[in-house]
Design a binder for this molecule. Structure first.
Ligand code: SF4
Length: 435
């Protein structure tokens, strides 16, 4: 057997923003909301599904507290990592190489900076692994693996394997993720998704998704499933078929989508009856001019006048909204924090993520910031969405770091949590729905 480790490096859960860190680490209400997101790394579990039977696989999740057994010898070590985890990923492969293990790095950061990653790992996989992984394994078994593997096209995800959920230590997780689609046709300047997955929207078959749900149920009979698509309902007709099939599985679930889903009342109804509890929606900014700066095609900006109505429709259908807001665009001044807080509470946003705009490598935003000499920190471990790594325009760095902390303090205060829940309950009562 070929002993293989698949390793998730430790990331920085709440960044180094001192105004925020202590509060987030010690606040019970925030921990309760964020606890719903503890899922094992789906990319590595999917890659695990590509190995033949003569590989002995060990899934090690340092990001959820598992110790990496550096003293053990593995024939092959695969590490993935987002930008904020990459320094740790490099430390891990360096340590295993000293122990004569063959090392591979993949993931979004290695895709953007393969030259950087190849200084540390024996092999770098650029982009999606599926199209090149058989070739890599073949070369590896012939001791002829190349330095770089790069797919010529995006993966046909209808052929992707069922992720190996059976490899995880299930006591570490509160939910499991499944990806039903990849790619997004929108063009938000801060998003790495088009770089990794492209703009063509690819969907798995309904049967494939059902097999994945059943694989999870074999290890956790009553799971909470997080559909980790970046934007789940772009293809509405496909989505409806899928949701009807999910309903038969009797699970509870949540997902990520854009707000335009609220325009389709049939989907909202199906979501509720199929066990969908919440939708994670990226509002990013509550002003049209703020959004225009983030998306050259103004797709999100054109929705902003309907934000309130669309939120109301989702709330009325009995599904909670997890709103995501991002601060520090060139339009944001010191008033943005209070205005957003009021908007989120008044509109019954159930839970919120308040992040600092982060120019991730590979994005249009990063290119613009670099061109204008505005990046102030190239320490990748600070690209967490909680730390300021660039020069904001109408705010100081300190105001931005403090402003996001202000939002967490106030949005998740006991009084405001009651107020938000009260607003949602009133709305549900008015429309004759269960809470
Ligand atoms: S809609 Fe979401 S997934 Fe699509 S490009 Fe924008 S931020 Fe990325």
């Amino acid at each position: 057997m070929i002993k293989t480790a698949l390793i998730v490096p430790k990331g920085s859960k709440y960044g180094k923003n001192t105004y925020l860190k202590t509060f987030l680490e010690q606040n019970d209400i925030v921990s309760k909301f964020y606890g719903a997101w503890e899922t094992p790394n789906l990319s590595l579990l999917t890659i695990a599904g590509l190995f033949p039977d003569d590989y002995e696989l060990h899934f090690i999740d340092e990001d959820h507290g598992e110790r990496i057994p550096f003293e053990e010898h593995f024939d092959l070590v695969l590490v993935t990592g987002m930008t904020q985890q990459i320094n740790r990923a490099y430390e891990i492969v360096k340590a295993f190489r000293l122990n004569q293990c063959y090392t591979v790095i993949g993931g979004i950061h290695a895709t953007i900076y393969p030259e950087e990653a190849s200084k540390y790992a024996d092999t770098v996989i650029i982009g999606e692994a599926e199209p090149v992984f058989d070739q890599f394994l073949n070369d590896f078994s012939n001791m002829a693996a190349r330095k770089i593997y790069k797919a010529e096209c995006f993966a046909d995800i209808r052929k992707s394997p069922v992720p190996r959920y059976d490899l995880v230590n299930k006591s570490l997780y509160s939910s499991y993720s499944i990806q039903t689609t990849r790619g997004c046709p929108r063009t938000c300047s801060y998003c790495t998704l088009p770089v990794m997955y492209g703009s063509v929207y690819r969907c798995k078959s309904v049967e494939q998704v059902m097999s994945e749900i059943r694989a999870i149920k074999r290890i956790e009979p009553n799971p909470f499933i997080f559909f980790a698509d970046d934007n789940m309902f772009v293809n509405r007709e496909n989505s409806k078929k899928l949701i009807r099939a999910i309903e038969k599985e009797g699970i509870i679930w949540g997902t990520q989508t854009d707000l335009s889903v609220a325009e389709d009342l049939e989907i909202l109804q199906l979501l509720k009856s199929s066990g969908c509890r919440w939708l994670f929606i990226g509002f990013e900014n509550i002003s049209r001019s703020g959004l225009e700066l983030l998306d050259a095609r103004k797709w999100k900006a054109n929705l902003v006048d309907r934000y309130q109505k669309l939120i109301d429709q989702i709330n009325r259908s009995g599904i909670y909204i997890w709103g995501s807001f991002m601060f520090g665009s060139d339009h944001d001044d010191s008033g943005v924090f209070e205005n957003t807080l009021k908007f989120a509470i008044d509109n019954g946003i159930y839970s919120g993520s308040f992040t600092i705009m982060t120019p991730l490598p590979g994005t249009e935003l990063f290119k613009q910031m670099e061109k204008n000499d505005r990046i102030i920190d190239y320490d990748w471990s600070r690209y967490t969405f909680w730390d300021v790594v660039y020069k904001p325009k109408l705010l100081t760095e300190e105001e931005l770091a403090k402003g996001v902390a202000y939002l967490y303090h106030h949005f998740y205060s006991i009084d405001n949590t009651r107020k938000r829940m009260g607003n949602i309950k009133k709305l549900l009562k008015k429309h004759g729905q269960d809470e």
